[in-house]
Design a protein around this ligand. Sequence first.
Ligand SMILES: [Zn+2]
Length: 109
Amino acid sequence: MANKTEKLQKQVASNYKDAMEAATVAAAYAEENAKLRAFAQEIMEAWPAGRLYGCEIQDIALKHSLLIPEARYAPCAESCNCAKYANPNDWGDGVVCYRETALLLGAKL
Ligand SMILES: [Zn+2]
């Protein structure tokens, strides 16, 4: 009997642990969803008749953590936007490279 009770207690503890882990994952998805929705809502303020320029989208993406600014003193890569848009004379003083965050890239939670 004690053995059966012990087995049930272990099962309950295991189920509780699984539920807590699931709740943590669900909370992370909810937080991510809220951030992406806030970004989408701000972008949609330009709809239906407005226009957004790339720099405006960048500012909104920064505000909602889809991009993060990082100082660079050389291009990250030839294909990086910092390499494409920076003035070649500015590298010595540093250039801001706007890096895509895990929120934008969809990195695993
Ligand atoms: Zn870059």
